[in-house]
Design a protein around this ligand. Structure first.
Ligand SMILES: [Mg+2]
Length: 389
């Protein structure tokens, strides 16, 4: 089965409210959508979210990367799903994804290929990438950086919805963070798992001071306390605090993962499918973590559409259980999503894993065309692919 064409779209998904942390606040997300068409007419869609402070990519840089990947994929032929995995694996090696920060672009292309071939070969991607380990995901919730009134309202909502884990964005003054933690513990109760994410806001000394005070609130983990590139600082923190140190901004590539392991610079990885270059690279990264005795958290980027949510569910289905799962906030955050299926997290933080061909979604192509801000048509095709209006 031959790859006929590869097109890319940048769509803007407006949020219902703005979402902030210590680095940025946003009211919409610009997502990269890749559409792969095979010679039998099967069409697959993939998604990635290029963000400079997360994946190290700009939108235009990611589009240029997709164009490079597409040039190598067009006309390639594979006979079975094993061939699809080999094609993706070889492209990742050839394009230097081991150390190159092109995760969102690669992810969008990878997911589109998996989806298209899954549909063509009539097989769910999850069954081709691993063995099913669990049939539903237990998501945790996230409290954005912001004012206290909104935080309290969200906490009550999360509690009533039945979430067992809350991750609080911190990085204001230590007094503010402690006051917030007190409120989180009061509302969520003693049994809730509380995690914090500082999104690089502190230095080593501030982290050590905060970690010491956070013990009173039984904080399970501290995510990315300091600058992404300060790996030695992270090692020092790991050696001196009780909480698990989770790396996120420091972890984009397999080379990052290996360095973090070698330098004992974390206790767990926060693996986000779009950040690390798709499902196959995410699986390799999780394997590296587990072989080194590190924990695995499955993260999400703010503003993921159903495509990345579906990819997250597949990762959750086929990997041994992670310590925490994030994402699946689709219709809570997005004014509109792009699939017929609604993958928004259910009561008690649950997300069911349903197996259907490809990524298991029916994409609303008219939505994509309505939301498109930029299009990169297949360079070799004579026509611009026109999605139904
Ligand atoms: Mg984070």
């Amino acid at each position: 089965m031959k790859i006929q064409r590869v097109d890319a779209f940048v769509i803007r998904l407006p949020f219902r409210f703005s979402f902030g942390h210590s680095i940025a606040s946003r009211a919409y997300s610009d997502n990269l959508i890749v559409r792969v068409e095979l010679e039998d007419g099967s069409v697959g869609f993939g998604e990635g979210i290029p963000r400079e402070y997360v994946t190290g990519e700009t939108i235009d840089g990611a589009l240029a990367d997709v164009s490079t990947f597409a040039a190598k994929l067009r006309g390639q032929e594979v006979g079975d799903f094993h061939g699809v995995k080999q094609l993706i694996h070889d492209l990742a090696i050839e394009e230097g994804l081991e150390q190159r920060r092109s995760g969102a672009a690669f992810c969008a292309v990878e997911l589109a290929l998996l989806d298209a071939f899954g549909k063509s070969f009539k097989t769910p991607v999850a069954l081709e990438l691993g063995e099913i380990q669990q049939e539903s995901v237990q998501y945790g919730s996230v409290i954005p950086f912001g004012n206290k009134k909104i935080m309290v309202a969200l906490l009550w909502f999360y509690k009533l919805w039945g979430f067992k884990t809350v991750k609080l964005k911190v990085g204001g003054t230590l007094e503010d963070d402690l006051a917030k933690l007190k409120t989180v513990r009061q509302i969520m109760g003693e049994d809730a798992i509380i995690r914090v994410d500082a999104n690089c806001a502190w230095d080593v000394e501030q982290t050590l001071a905060a970690a010491d005070k956070f013990e009173a609130f039984n904080v399970a983990s501290i995510e990315q306390p300091i600058k992404a590139e300060d790996i030695d600082g992270l090692s020092k923190i790991v050696a001196n605090v009780k909480q698990e140190i989770v790396v996120d901004e420091s972890l984009c590539t397999l080379a990052d993962a290996k360095e973090l392991i070698a330098k004992k610079a974390c206790g767990a990885f926060n693996i986000r499918i779009s950040k690390v270059g798709g499902l196959l690279l995410a699986q390799q990264m999780a394997q590296l973590a587990r072989h080194s005795g590190l924990g695995v958290h499955m993260g999400a980027q703010v503003g993921e559409s159903a495509i990345l949510t579906a990819a997250g569910r597949i990762f959750a289905a086929i990997e041994p259980p992670c310590k925490n799962y994030e994402g699946s906030n689709n219709s809570w955050l997005l004014q509109q999503d792009i699939s017929r299926e609604n993958l928004t997290v259910s009561l008690r933080g649950k997300g069911n894993i349903k197996l259907a061909d490809g990524l298991g979604l029916n994409i609303l192509q008219n939505r994509i065309s309505g939301l498109t801000r930029k299009q990169m048509p297949d360079a070799h095709a004579t026509d611009k692919v026109s999605l139904p209006k």
